[in-house]
Ligand binder design. Structure first.
Ligand SMILES: [Fe+2]
Length: 145
């Protein structure tokens, strides 16, 4: 695996998403509050686990995972939110957009790792893509009237 820039971008996104999903979890309002509050909790727990796993995959390969908030903000392709109140539909749409980005980036990393015969990263990122697909299915079902 050679493309550590992409892996660090992905790691940075996980770090930003951890905070961003907490913002959504705390500040969602509306009739489906409990459902979305719990959904975003399951998402930030998942993101937090992936954050450590991805950093360790980088370390195992003798490279340097980014480890500072300033570096994450500079290298992330997912943006923070400058708001403190969200409708349930808004939350679902924001999460949908971010998960789609993460799925695309995870697919790119998986394919680059495959070219480099890095089976560990291929296996890990195939799981990530499968997880994003499942959550995107939940989201699409929630958005369907
Ligand atoms: Fe909580």
């Amino acid at each position: 695996m050679k493309d550590y820039k992409k892996l660090n971008e992905y790691l940075s996104n996980l770090a930003v998403l951890n905070v961003k999903l907490h913002n959504l979890h705390w500040n969602v309002v509306g009739m489906q509050f409990v459902q979305i509050h719990e959904f975003t909790e399951s998402m930030y727990n998942d993101v937090f686990e992936k954050y450590d796993d991805v950093a360790e995959l980088i370390k195992i390969r003798g490279e340097k995972p980014l480890a500072k908030m300033a570096d994450y903000l500079q290298n992330a392709s997912i943006q923070e939110l400058d708001k403190d109140k969200f409708s349930t539909t808004e939350v679902i749409q924001i999460v949908k957009d971010d998960l789609t980005k993460m799925k695309d980036l995870a697919t790119e990393i998986r394919n680059a790792a495959d070219e480099a015969d890095d089976f560990g990263i291929v296996a890990e990122f195939e799981d990530h893509v499968a997880g994003y697909n499942k959550n995107l299915w939940f989201i699409d079902a929630m958005l369907t009237q």
